[in-house]
Design a protein around this ligand. Sequence first.
Ligand code: 15L
Length: 255
Amino acid sequence: MRSLRITGAAGGVGTMLRRGLRGLADEIRLFDRTAIEGGGGERALSGDVADLATGCSAMAGCDACVHLAGIPVEAPFEDILHANLRGAWALFEAARLEGCERVVFASSNHASGFIPVEARVGDEAPVRPDTYYGASKVFGEALGSLYHDKFGLRVACIRIGTALPLPLEERHLSTWLSPGDLNRLVTACLTSPNLGFAIVYGVSANHRRWWDLKAGRRLGYEPLDDAEVYALEVAPNPVGRFQGGPKFTDPGTTP
Ligand code: 15L
């Protein structure tokens, strides 16, 4: 493809992803609210993701966009409203207005964080957000569905588990998405001819995973990593009763 835009490119997931996606497009547009440096084949742009005019000029001529921008944890509702809800709307609307064909939306396992840890689920999982943050991801998924059905945009919503270089605590043995698998999954979402609208859990082939890999496999995702390799090294923090973990599901975690 000619041009690929990545929003939130300076964040943790963007930093892990941007090098891996380099071969997919002649030009990668790195968009973030903070100034960011672009290397060969990369063009850095900064601005407010919730501003439609800014989004349209950043999206002009792009074939696809990976939307990572937004607040990645629980926060006061007004902050989530701007960055995540308005930000998602401006993103999908800019894609429609500028003729961008495909959007990969970074959703989160917190869209369904109140599912008990005993359950095993896939893309048919009910929405059970554990925070305003999780609810904003449900909203983004719903917008993706709307823009697919009404305007034909191809949309993949990845309910990312824990995208970190390494698993750090016991819960991550279930939720980890390794940098290599993150790259494989996003690449599949950006290139699969089978994509219409999909919700996919973003998880490695972890022995203890709660989420099945069927929806990702339909797009050609085949994970290679398993957090179990690190089982003796992670911190023994309590996993809690729900998949979102105590930091998101305990009463008092929402302001
Ligand atoms: C997320 O959605 C967050 O952005 C990240 O900070 C982690 O908390 C992750 O989920 C997780 O559930 O481990």
